[in-house]
Design a protein around this ligand. Sequence first.
Ligand SMILES: *Cc1c(COP(=O)(O)O)cnc(C)c1O
Length: 346
Amino acid sequence: MLEKLIRPHILNLKPYSSARDEYKGKEGIFLDANENAIGSATDRLFNRYPDPYQHELKALLAEFHGLRQEQIFVGGAGSDECIELIIRLFCEPQADNILLLPPTYGMYEVSANVNNVRIKTANLKPDFQPDTSKIFQTIDSHTKIIFICSPNNPTANLIHLESILEILEKFEGIVVVDEAYIDFAGTPSWTTQLEHFPNLIILQTFSKAWGMAGLRLGKTFANPLVVNYLNKIKLPYNISQIAQEIVLEGLKNSEKQQNMVREILAERQKLLEELGKIALIKYIFPTDANFVLVKTEKPQQIYEDLVRQKIILRDRSKVSLCEGCLRITVGTGGENKALIAALRSF
Ligand SMILES: *Cc1c(COP(=O)(O)O)cnc(C)c1O
């Protein structure tokens, strides 16, 4: 069933075979990859190409997420690279389409546009939950992927489990659940359902809860067949040596990640309480993420006034269904206090 969804020319694609594909041993005199055998222009050595399939990293990730290594793909420009590769794997330009549930994360649309893949939309309802009957009216036989972002960016809410289940059960294409903010949500990941739904792909990232946005590492959890094809179409050495080394350090230090998440959740709670006292803010949407979406009557003026004070929010007021809205990332205690003080004096 999955093979039927993959673009036919990719099923037959002969991938690039790198030096490290052709000889996998770790010891020897390596004269096969045109590397610089003498060293690097830096003090730290980076003269050898990195492991193209990141085995050490995947072994640790498999343990951490309770998955098998064959279910894991790592993207080198964050999960944004994963989004791009997933679209390229399944969607024939000009012929196939993807379904988006706006307002949602902007990269699905950009990646589809770059690849000349059509976009269909079924807006979220006013409570920012999916309208499943609209979804099933909108898709057609060329709809290859439905992107569901949960918790959703920019609305901050989790998408109801029953809606995602209904889509997974009835839709015959790929369902991508983007869990960039799952660590802030207090609900289990959809990784537990991978064995039941071969058409499920889960995206996570090291950019948010792990605090490693600068490393650019995204995680894709999927059926081994999908992972196998993603490996075939990715660029050969997509994760740098230093990114692999440092993310391993992070994973071995997951206690720090958990402490940071706890701290962000505590700060989020304080921020929600303080925002609730500010008359300027008409509504605070429920949040399951490390940010808050608020509605005001003067989003642009507030945004600009805060910028003058060097406090930068994300103006989402021009996004349809987010009229009047500003998106606020939870900062440190001090940063949040500065924001509240600035809003009070607006
Ligand atoms: C931040 C974010 C990502 C992660 O992007 P990276 O490329 O991994 O930094 C993915 N999806 C959503 C919805 C996001 O908000």
